[in-house]
Design a protein around this ligand. Structure first.
Ligand code: PLP
Length: 224
């Protein structure tokens, strides 16, 4: 079943990309495997997927230790300072940096490990109270500026979650806002390329609005 799901998702990503004049190869699929066991991850890996996303620090650490494959792990969940140690150096990309404090913590940890940690800043692009992310543009600029100063951090882009609503124009606005913040940062001297946005319910809109990384769980692994 996972095999068919992956094929369906990849076909649909390709179709949407071509329809809006984009190259499907510039869009990376991260399979969100949270709550699913190593067996399912290996099944998806054997279908050709290499990028997997987790939203809990210990769950990421445990699965990364259990799975003996060359997986690119992505951390996509809320991160507390005391859990940075489980994620830094394990995740190839941390999507959910949402404060200066967490950026500092990751920078210190990466420095200690002697690595350069790839990160994204999570930006709040909707009014939905339950969504995380940096709220003001000023703060995004501040944290991005900090990341540029730290050699152990490599800031490559931004991440967001659209609100859970039926109105596709509201969802589109949220994704467009992330793209605009990225463009504004780049106009002031940053060099960001990644936009991590789009989940099972809204990834077609995300592709149309410029997503370079999709985080898809349910459409691949089924309901949680
Ligand atoms: C769970 C999760 C996803 C994937 O959600 P689906 O609707 O199952 O595709 C994407 N991003 C984040 C941050 C998540 O926590």
């Amino acid at each position: 079943m996972i095999h068919q799901n992956i094929k369906r998702v990849l076909d649909s990503i390709g179709e949407t990309a071509l329809k809006c004049g984009r190259n499907p190869e510039e869009i990376k699929l991260v399979a969100v495997s949270k709550t699913f066991g190593p067996d399912k991850i290996i099944e998806a890996y054997d279908c050709g997927l290499r990028d997997f996303g987790e939203n809990k620090a210990q769950e990421l650490r445990d699965k990364a230790a259990q799975i003996d494959r060359q997986v690119n792990w992505h951390f996509i969940g809320g991160l507390q300072s005391n859990k940075v140690k489980y994620v830094a150096g394990v995740a190839s990309l941390i999507h959910s940096v949402e404060s200066l404090k967490i950026a500092e913590e990751i920078a210190d940890r990466a420095e200690k490990l002697g690595i350069i940690q790839n990160i994204l800043l999570e930006v709040k692009t909707s009014d939905e109270a339950t969504k995380g992310g940096i709220e003001s543009k000023e703060e995004v600029f501040e944290v991005a500026g900090f990341c540029r100063e730290r050699k152990s951090l490599n800031l490559t882009g931004l991440m967001t979650m659209a609100p859970f609503v039926d109105d596709t124009e509201v969802i589109r606005k949220s994704f467009a806002k992330l793209r605009e913040v990225k463009e504004e940062l780049n106009r002031s001297g940053f060099n960001l390329s990644e936009l991590s946005m789009g989940m099972t319910g809204d990834y077609d809109i995300a592709i149309e609005e410029g997503a370079t990384i999709l985080r898809i769980g349910t459409a691949i692994f089924g309901g949680r």
